[in-house]
Design a protein around this ligand. Sequence first.
Ligand code: ZN
Length: 436
Amino acid sequence: EETYGIAPYFVEHVRQQMQREFGMATYREGFVVHTTLDSRLQQIAEKHFDTEISKVQKKVDKHLKAVGASQSVRDSALVQAAFVAMDPATGHILAMIGGRDFSHSKFNRATQAKRQPGSAFKPFVYTAAIDNNRFAVDVLDDNAFTLWDHRREQFWDPENYDKKFKGPMTLREGLKQSRNLISIKLADELGPSLIRSYARNMGISTPIQAIPSIGVGTSEVLLLDLVAAYAVFPNKGIYVEPMAISRLERKDGDVFFTQESGRKQEVLRPAVAVIVADMLRSAVDEVGGTGRRIRTVYRFRPQAAGKTGTTNDYTDAWFIGFTPHLVAGVWVGIDDPSLRLWPKQAGSAAALPLWAEFMKEVYESVEPYRSLRNRGFEYPENLVVRRAVCNDTHKIATRFCPDQREEIFIAGEVLPSTCPLHGRSQEQAPRRIQRF
Ligand SMILES: [Zn+2]
């Protein structure tokens, strides 16, 4: 009987990579393998993983019992989950959990399970929008909208998660509150194939269908891909390929292979990454944000940003988020996608808690994160400018706008127009003196 130590899914991931890249010979010869895993982060992840996923399992069991599900359904409804933490700057995989029990199932749900991301895909839509002359303050209507789906040759009437329509709102609000209609309209405006190209450039390796529902994440993705893609935001536009093996040595100490960071590539304009990161920060920091529980329930203090994801039928729940120094992602679901997880168990309820508990303990007890806990996101002046915006019209504020807030825009580019409601008339009226 085999026993498995810490991080069995990660060890298997490394073994498969060695086999693929260096051949089995290296493995058999007994090379010393140095990996990127941080055992402190791995232990914290494993501890909270077991606690949080057990809680989800209890909810599922209770629900299935309540709806009178058969014993065979109840037996097969094993809640699964996956977790990855990565250093956004180097691509080092710091912690990885591929499922609840490696001895029971070696299938790595962090690197091998293709699942629908739902709303966790929306940041790609908003990234494409901000990169294509949309502003975070632009207003779209969260209302009923019918699309012609060319591929299926039928009309599609998308709904919001809460089945409600909230009316006009800014892109920042739309992403923060995860309004489906705003994302679908943006995807329609920009074109599904453009959205797909952003997702691909940012590291999504699985096939993505360029269809109208791309805005609500209907093509399947891998958790590790999603985590690496979100790392592009705190990384100011640089994609870094995730890596697990940092050094291989022969028994005599001869270094056979060494790699300090994953392959890097600029995939986004730095200013666009800064702005979308800040929009995702709103989802965590502001009232109505889908990640708000990180603050209110879990009391995680360091700056953070992120996005929940839930598929239509509650089969998958996600939370992917980042601080300036660490990116992590959680998927929770059931292996058989035909089994619904449970009703109304959104990403924020099922997946966010593990993310929050992990980050909280890491920033409380692990260096260098503890020392970095007060260091937030950067907003370099050469990349973004801050401007006052009118809260009534969401345009650049005049000094007469009674209610204003600050927004960030790409430095050196065209700004939105000036508020038409509190502008010229008041400014000019008292000064217009007629002379005869
Ligand atoms: Zn105004």
